[in-house]
Structures are given as C-alpha cells and as structure tokens.
Design a protein around this ligand. Structure first.
Ligand SMILES: N[C@@H](CCC(=O)N[C@@H](CS)C(=O)NCC(=O)O)C(=O)O
Length: 210
C-alpha cells in the first residue's frame, strides 16, 4: 500500500499508526499547496479532493479522510489492539473520538487558525473555541490513561498529531496538564519517534501544520 503524505500534517497519524501496527507502507510525499507528488505526478488525478492523507491499496483503489484511513490500517492488524473490533460498543467510542478530532479540532479549529485565507478577525474566536474543546479532552484525560480508557488507540494517534500544531496557533499545552502529560508520553513512543524522524521532524519542533 502507498500512503501519500505531507510532512507533519494530519497524514502523520496514519504514518505513525502503520509503524505501531507493523503494516508495511510505501510513503509518497506530496508537495504542500501544489497538488503534485515528489516525482511531479498530478496528485489530484489520483485523489480529486487533493487532501492528504490518501491511501492507495494494493489493487489500486483509494481511500481518503484521515479518520477512515486510520480505521482501515488498524483493522489490518487486529491483534495489535489499536482499534476495537467492528460492531462492539468500544468501536463506536473510537469513532466518536475520531469524529470529534476531525470535525471539532482539526478542520473546525486548526484549519481555520493555520490558513492565511481565513481572515485575522475570526481567529481569536476560533482560538477560544479550540481552548474550550481541548479543555473537555483534558478533563477526560485527567481520569483516563488514553482516550479509550486503558487502551492506546488510533484516536490517541490522531489527537497527538493535532496537538503538535498548538504551538503554531499560540496555545501552550502546559495550561492543560492532563493533555500535556499524555502528549509527552505518546511523543516518547518508539513508533512515533521513528515516524517523525522519517518525515524529517523532531518532537520538540513538533511537526508541521494542518
Ligand atoms: N477532511 C480531510 C482533511 C485533510 C486535510 O486537511 N489535509 C491537509 C493536510 S492536514 C492537506 O492535504 N492540505 C493540502 C495542502 O496543504 O497542500 C481529512 O480528514 O483527511
């Protein structure tokens, strides 16, 4: 399988997950803002939305949307326990968090805060929303080790990547103690460190933009 990615962007989440799960992926870099791959191929011809992550399966079919790709990859390695089995209540809890991260944090806040196309007048309001939404996550993590309770999962990986963007929007994660401690803990995982190094990033510089 091939994962199309932009270093440090949301595509870092499926990249980390593949390493955690031991799923073999070829990484194809897409040039930010240009819809071209590193070899000059037209990325939109392959994925008309133009977004990374994009996963091309062995049979040539494609999958887009970060939350969906994460579930697909985790389902390839069911014994690793990175996602609860389909049909179980816990699977819906995983989807609940994935959807929250995608809608409320990623596109609902960070995309607006980080793209110059959105005017400066909306940004303080959206930053306030982000703080409120992350405070909710911080409260949850204050009495749970991970988003799904005792088990590290795809939801933690996606949240971790979005938390890396906090520094670019002027948000200090130390103001959210449980989230900050959780972020440090996950950042130390070998699979996370290897993915960061492979994308030419480091944890301290915390990895790119949406
Ligand atoms: N709804 C999409 C949004 C993905 C998205 O925003 N991708 C960004 C990177 S985080 C992107 O491809 N940007 C294109 C660019 O910067 O050229 C998803 O959840 O996967």
């Amino acid at each position: 399988m091939k994962l199309f990615y932009i270093p440090g962007s949301c595509s870092l989440a499926p990249h980390i997950l593949a390493r955690e799960a031991g799923v073999d992926l070829a990484l194809i870099r897409v040039e930010r803002g240009q819809s071209r791959t590193e070899s000059g191929a037209d990325f939109k011809a392959l994925n008309p939305s133009g977004y990374v992550p994009f996963l091309q399966l062995e049979d040539g079919r494609g999958l887009s949307e970060c939350a969906v790709i994460l579930q697909y990859l985790a389902d390839q390695a069911p014994t690793k326990g990175l996602i609860p089995p389909a049909g179980h209540h816990e699977r819906y809890l995983a989807q609940q968090w994935l959807n929250y991260i995608a809608a409320e944090l990623h596109t609902g806040c960070y995309t607006i805060l980080l793209r110059p196309a959105y005017g400066a007048e909306v940004k303080p309001f959206v930053l306030g929303l982000l703080q409120t939404r992350l405070a909710y996550v911080d409260r949850h993590l204050s009495d749970h080790d991970f988003l799904l309770g005792p088990n590290y999962s795809v939801a933690d990986i996606y949240l971790w990547v979005t938390c890396n963007w906090a520094q670019y929007v002027g948000l200090d994660l130390t103001s959210l103690p449980a989230l900050h401690a959780w972020h440090q803990r996950i950042g130390a995982r070998p699979a996370v460190q290897t993915a960061l190094r492979t994308e030419g990033l480091n944890f301290k510089a915390a990895a790119g933009r949406t």
